[in-house]
Design a protein around this ligand. Sequence first.
Ligand SMILES: [Zn+2]
Ligand SMILES: [Zn+2]
Length: 288
Amino acid sequence: MANIMFPPAVSALLAGLSLAALSPASLADHSWGGYHWARTTSQFALQLGDNMGGDWKPFLYQTSSDWNNNGDTPVLTSVVDGTSNKRCAMVTGTSQVCNGKYGYNGWLGLATINIVNGTHITQGSAKMNDSYFNLAKYNNPNEKLHVVCQEVAHTFGLAHQSENGESLDTCMDYFSNTGANAGSTSSTRPNAHDFEQLKIIYTHTDTITTVATGSAPAKPGNRPDKAVVDISDDPRSWGRLISQSANGRSSTYERHNPDGSKTVTHVYWTEEAASKCRSCDHRFDRHD
Ligand SMILES: [Zn+2]
Ligand SMILES: [Zn+2]
C-alpha cells in the first residue's frame, strides 16, 4: 500500500488537529514506568498493611480514604493489619506501610516496588522516617499527610506531577508543608489529574493477578526468593541511581534481581540533604 504524502503545511495542520483532539485525560503523564498491579477486573482493592505507630495511623487512614474517594477509580485501597514491622519487609500482593526512626540518612520517605514481566507490580513498601518527622520542621500533620499520600501512591504505579517545589495541589508534587507553609493543606491529597492517570494506567485488564485477595494477607517470607528481591536499610541495596530531579529532592533507583524481577525505589530526600549538592547521589553523603 502506497504511503500518502501530504505537503508540509498540511502535515503540520494534521499534527495540530491530532493534538487538539486529545482529551484532557490523555495529557496525564506521570505514570511510574508503566508499572501496575496485574488484575483481571477493571477495579481492584490493594491491601495497605498498617505497620504504623499510633501517631501515624490517622494519616494512613486519611490517605486511603482520599485515594478511594473518586467514583470508579480503578485502585481502591483497604487498610489491613500489617504483617511486617519497622523494617517493612515486603509481602506478596500487598503494600506494607511503615514508620520508624530509620536514622539521619537524608530521606523523609521511601517507596519500593518489585516488578515482574517488565511492568507488573508484585509487592510494595512505603516508609516514613521519624528521625526527620520527629524534628520540629517536619513534624506537622500536613507534611506527614503529604508524604504518606505520595509514598503509598508510588506503590500504585504513580510518579510525580512536579518536582520543582511548586504546589499543584496534589500530594504527587514536592511542595513543602514546612516553615511558613506548615499550616497549608495544599498538596496533601490527590487531585483530579492523579485519578486520570490511574485510569490510563489501569485501562487494560490482565489475564493474571498479582494482587492479594481475601482478608488474610500473605505472610512475609512466603517466597523462597524473598531475601533477594527486598531492600534493606542499607541504601546500597537500592541498586543503581537511574534518575534524579534537578533540585535533588527526588531520586529513583533500580536493581535487577537474580530471579529476573526488578526492584525500583523512589526516594524523597529532605531539603537539607538535597541542597548540599543537588546532582549528587545523596546515599553516600554525610547527613547530620
Ligand atoms: Zn497489565
Ligand atoms: Zn516521590
